[in-house]
Write a protein that binds this ligand. Sequence first.
Ligand code: RET
Length: 254
Amino acid sequence: AAKLSLSSGQFGLVYQMFSITIAAMGAGFLFFVLAQGNLSPKYRPAMVVSALVVAIACYHYFRIFNSWNESYALTAGAYVATAVPFNDAYRYADWILTVPLLLVEAVAVLALATNVASGMIWRLALAAFVMIATGYPGEISGDTTTRLIWGTISTIPFIYIVYTLFVELGKSIDRQPPRVQVLTRNLRLLLFASWGFYPIAYLLPVFLGGGGLSASGVVGLQVGYSIADILAKVGFGTLIYFIALEKTAHDRSM
Ligand code: RET
């Protein structure tokens, strides 16, 4: 098969995106560490979890960035795939570690308002594990049918997680003080917008590929996952901070 070849613009776009993502994760880490001091002690663990999530992501994006740079070599004006393939395992290793932590955070927000069944976090974490583990074989396959089959399997636990969080976050909204209601609604929106990005990015190589992996498919996939990761990790943690800040003010005024 012909080696994948990217224009310098395509290569550079992904390069810049990874570099921005590393910076965003690093900035998010500093923000979460410093900002937790403004919160009452019971809300601080949520910021510690946020900081942990972006620290884990920062490390993995360094590895992703290095892997990207090793995977292509400038040859006669184009970036041509080298013998070293891009390593998707760093991304999936990041998700396996960070998605359960993000679910813990989401459930912690719920627990502020409702009696969340203690088994829920375990069911969500198990579903997340199955979603990521079954997505991986499709991700590393160059074959469109294989990608679609694993993608479809992975979508089953995905729907379970998204549905559960939607229903539970909805229940908790009504029991919050007004300003927290608005923020929680935004949190729910951000959760769906950012999580919804992943399966779309996953499918881009199928639509932009014309059968196999194409340059535009690869670029769209990497840029899509990076944007989704910034929203789902830094954006999500920041909104949770503002919810906790509002709750801190509310608790103190009572
Ligand atoms: C895969 C495979 C194709 C089908 C689906 C997927 C969903 C992935 C998701 C990942 C979320 C990651 C997060 C990371 C932030 O830390 C695995 C791409 C549905 C939803 C939130």
